[in-house]
Design a protein around this ligand. Sequence first.
Ligand SMILES: [Zn+2]
Length: 582
Amino acid sequence: MTLENDQDLRELIQKAALLNALQHGGKAQAGALIGRIISERQDLKTEAKELSGLIGKVVNEVNSLSSEEQKRMVEEKWPETLKKEKTAEEKALPPLPNASKYTQIVTRFSPNPDCVLHLGSARAIILSHEYARMYKGRFILRFEDTDSKVKRPVLEFYPRIREDLAWLGCKTDEEYIQSDRLPIYYEYAERLLREGNAYVCTCTPDQFREQSLAKKPCNCRDLPPQEHLERWQRMLDGGYREGEAVVRVKTDVEHPNPAVRDWPALRIIDPAKYPHPRVGSKYRVWPLYNFSTGLDDHLMGITHIIRGKEHLTNKVRQEYMYRYLGWTYPEAIHYGRLKITGAFLSKSKIVQGVREGLYAGWDDPRLATFAALRRRGITPEAIEKMIIDVGPKTADVTLSWENLYAYNRKILDPLSDRYFFVSEPTTLKVKYIPKIFRAKLPLHPEKPERGFREYTVTPARDGAVFWIAKKDADAAEVGQVIRLMELFNVKIESVNANLVEASFASEAYEEARKAKAKLIHWILKGEEHPCQVVMPDATVNEGVAESACKKLKPDAVIQFERFGFVRVDTNDAKLTAYYAHK
Ligand SMILES: [Zn+2]
C-alpha cells in the first residue's frame, strides 16, 4: 500500500490520465499509461502490478468526470501541456517577414499556361495561398502568357489551371492575364527609354555578348533617349524583324554576375509565325519574364513574393527597374528546391507525351499532374499538409512518393469504407459447411455505425463456391488452414491451377489465430461485380469486387482490403477504379 500514499506519483498518474482522456474523447486508457509512468519512475519497474492497480483506480476517477471537468482540471493544474499539444498538432508556417509593415498581405501564383499544373508547382501555390489566408490577405492568380514562341500558352490550360487551384482549395481573390496588359508594359517601356534607363539594342546576340563579357557597353547603350524612342517606335511599327531589336534595362555593365548586365526586357515575336492563342497577331513586341513580372508585382500590390531560390538573380535584375521607377521591391522569400524521388516529368515532357499519345491524357496515372493525382484519390489536403510541414525553408528538401502517400493514408483511412476486391479471380470450393453462415462485414472496422455488407453462405452438396485472388490461391498449400475474413476457417484439400478445394474447419476467429492461419478476403460466387483497377503505372488489374460495390458513386474513395485505397472512376456494368496507394 506504499504506492497509494505516494502523492507525487498520484499526481503524475492523474496528469497522464487526464491528458490521455482528452485525446480519447474523455476516456483514458489505463494500458497506455503504465509504460509512460515507468519511463518517468524507473524505481517502479519492479512494482508494475501494484502500479497498474493504482493506475486503474486513478483512470476510473478521471473517466468518471465529464470532458469539460477534465479539461478544466488540466487548465488549472498543467496549463502548459495544453499549449504544447496544440503547436505539435498544427504545424503552422513561420511568420512572414515585415508583415506588420503592410495593411494587407498580397501574394500571387503566376503560372505560364503552357501545361496543366503538377506537383512541382505545389509549393509555390500552397505557400502563397496559405500565407494570404493566414494574414487574411489576398491571393492573386496571374497568367504569365507572354511567350508565344518558346513557352507557348495553350487556351485549354487557362481553365484547367483554375480548376486545379480550386481543387487544391486555393481560392483566388483576383485574376490577371498578362496578354491583356500589353499597353501597360509599353507605357513603362517608353518611360524607361525616355528617362535613359533603358535602350533599344540592335546588336546581334553575339555582338552584345562579346561586349557584355568584356564589361563594356554596346554601341547602342549611350545613344540619346530620343534615338531609342525612335527605335522603339520602329519596333512597334514593324521596322525591325524578329531578333533585330530588343529593349534592355540598364544595370551595371560591370556587374559581377554577367546575367544581370543590361537584361532584355522586351523583344519582337513575329506575329504571323507565332500568333498568340488569345490576342492573335495584335502585338509584335512582347515583354520578357523579368520585365512583366517585375512590373506586375508592384502594380498588383504584391507584398510578399514566395518562390524558389532559382529566382534570386531575377530579384537583382528587377531591383534596378524598381529603383528607376521609384518603387520598393516587395518582400521576397526564396525557398529551396523540393525534390520528389522517383522524379516526375517536366512540363514540356508531359505536353509532348500527351500530344504524341504516349499518355492517355493530362490525368494519366503515370503523371504527377494534379489532374492525375485527383483521379487516383490523392487528396488536396494531403498535398497541402505535406507542403506546409516542409514550409518555406531555403534548404533543399527531398521527399518521396511514400511521404505523400503517408499523408494521404492518414486522411483516407478514417473516411474510406472497406470492400473486397479479388484480383485475377480463382475458384475456391468449400465443402462440409455445417450450416448457413451470414457474414456481416463492417464497412469500417472502427466505425460500426457506418453499417455492414452482408452475405449469406449456404451449404451445398458440391461445396460453396468463392472467388479468391490468384495470389492467395497460388500461396495455398494442402493441409493448411486459412481464414476467410469475418466468415470461417477452412482447410485446404487440393490446389490446382484454377481451382482450390477446401473443407470447413471451424468458425471461431480464435481458432484461426491459434493455427496462425492467413486471413484472406473472398467474394461469394454470384455476389461479384466486374471490376478493374488502373494502377499508377497504367497497367490494369482485372478482377471482381463484391456486389455491395455496385452502389458506389464515381469519386468515392474506398479501401479494397489487403489491396489498397482506390478512387471509383466509373461504375455501371463494370467498376473502374484508380489505385492510390497501399
Ligand atoms: Zn546594342
